[in-house]
Design a protein around this ligand. Structure first.
Ligand code: FES
Length: 154
């Protein structure tokens, strides 16, 4: 994904009236367009919104979707919330980490593996999201198939 430039950051801040209370919406807008929030963007947001960097960092760290590292081409999220845990998402996560040879929050070989806390698909636990599309009742075989399909679209 591309790196956000200073001008675009300023434009997004201006779209929200330059208001510090719109920080969450500003961050969401940046993540929707660029997938992540670089440190220099956090610094710029703090300056333009008259906040401390710690203030901006606090919000970024609170929300799981506000990642501060550039994601891979493919983003795989495994739900870690209660209903999915009850249906085996921890075991599925262990499987994913093993076959991808990476841990949650890592990016390797164009794939970012992340936890997510409820995809609104609890009735079909465990749930997984691959590149923005949600899948339910994902067992190890289905997970492998999803990865194969994802790679097949490259
Ligand atoms: S708990 Fe996993 S989708 Fe809701």
């Amino acid at each position: 994904m591309a790196r956000i430039d200073k001008e675009t950051t300023s434009d997004i801040v201006a779209q929200y009236g330059g208001k510090a209370e719109m920080l969450v919406q500003i961050l969401q807008s940046i993540v929707m367009r660029y997938g992540w929030i670089p440190e220099d963007t956090i610094r710029q947001l703090a300056e333009e919104l008259n906040l401390s960097r710690a203030d901006v960092h606090g919000v970024v760290e609170y929300y799981h979707d506000f990642r501060t590292h550039e994601p891979g081409k493919h983003i795989v999220k495994i739900c870690q919330a209660e209903a999915c845990q009850a249906m085996g998402s921890r075991e599925l996560t262990n499987h994913a980490e093993k076959i991808l040879a990476m841990s949650l929050h890592d990016t390797e070989n164009d794939i970012t593996l992340e936890p997510v806390y409820c995809l609104g698909n609890c009735a079909c636990s465990p749930a997984v999201m691959v590149n923005g599309k949600t899948y339910g009742r994902v067992d190890e075989k289905r997970f492998n198939d999803l990865l194969d399909g994802m790679r097949g679209n490259d």
